[in-house]
Design a protein around this ligand. Structure first.
Ligand code: ADP
Ligand code: ADP
Ligand code: ZN
Length: 213
């Protein structure tokens, strides 16, 4: 099961991907998570990516393509993977096709999550993430039991620096310009499964499972 989650920032890709990981035992591959870890560690990759991420712009294609090529070769991806936040440009999607072809694999489904822009802004500006396990919360829509503390592992919750309203608006316009053309790209291959991203997290998950099974 080789899957892609496609949708604007805040659509719920990470939230749904984590639920699929639990259900199907295939890994979530998030270029955003990989890049944030590199920034936190201060590696060469992190140094390259930091400015772009803080400005809400895309990290250059060749950088993220290299990351993905390496990641998909790891043994935990043998039975499948869930790409979350990659590809984000047509050149990235073309590079992904080549990488998969070399591996004798191909994408099975491209799940798109559709959410209106005002709702995306509300979701992103209220998002909180666990420092320790990566679990996702929302201060209003999906709050933890105790403020600032992860229900799952007790870790500390933090707000991403790029989840402020100004950077969010820039990320949404980058999505419109550079990423939304991918819907057409995958539509032509007959791979797009459209999902309404509004409503309860659990109901959206049920829709996704129905499509996959
Ligand atoms: P993405 O990975 O697409 O950027 P996330 O999964 O991180 O999106 O979700 C963004 C924010 O919206 C998080 O705070 C999350 O808890 C919240 N969220 C996710 N799905 C829903 C939903 N169906 N309804 C309300 N809030 C949601
Ligand atoms: P979100 O979950 O809100 O959609 P991500 O965590 O996927 O955000 O991405 C955060 C930032 O990391 C992006 O704004 C961008 O700077 C960088 N990034 C992540 N994935 C990619 C990618 N595939 N191509 C270019 N930049 C990326
Ligand atoms: Zn946690």
């Amino acid at each position: 099961m080789d899957l892609i989650f496609l949708g604007p920032p805040g659509a719920g890709k990470g939230t749904q991907a984590k639920m699929l990981v639990e259900r199907y035992g295939i890994p979530q591959v998030s270029t955003g998570d990989i890049l944030r870890a590199a920034v936190a560690e201060g590696t060469d990759l992190g140094k390259k990516a930091k400015e772009y991420m803080e400005a809400g712009k895309l990290v250059p294609d060749e950088v993220v393509i290299g990351i993905i090529e390496e990641r998909l070769k790891q043994s935990d991806c043998e039975k499948g993977f869930i790409l979350d936040g990659f590809p984000r440009t047509v050149p990235q999607a073309e590079a992904l096709d080549k990488v998969l072809e070399k591996m004798g694999r191909k994408i099975d489904h491209v799940l798109t999550l559709d959410v209106p822009e005002e709702e995306l802004i509300r979701r992103l500006t209220g998002r909180r993430t666990c420092k320790k396990c990566g679990a996702m919360y929302h201060i209003i829509f999906n709050p933890p039991k105790a403020e600032g503390v992860c229900d799952k592992c007790g870790g500390e919750l933090y707000q991403r620096p790029d989840d402020n309203e100004e950077t969010v608006r820039s990320r949404l316009s980058v999505y419109e310009q550079q990423t939304s053309p991918l819907i057409d790209f995958y539509e032509k291959k007959g791979l797009v499964r459209k999902i309404d991203g509004r409503g309860e997290i659990k109901e959206i998950f049920d829709q996704i499972v129905k499509i996959l099974e």
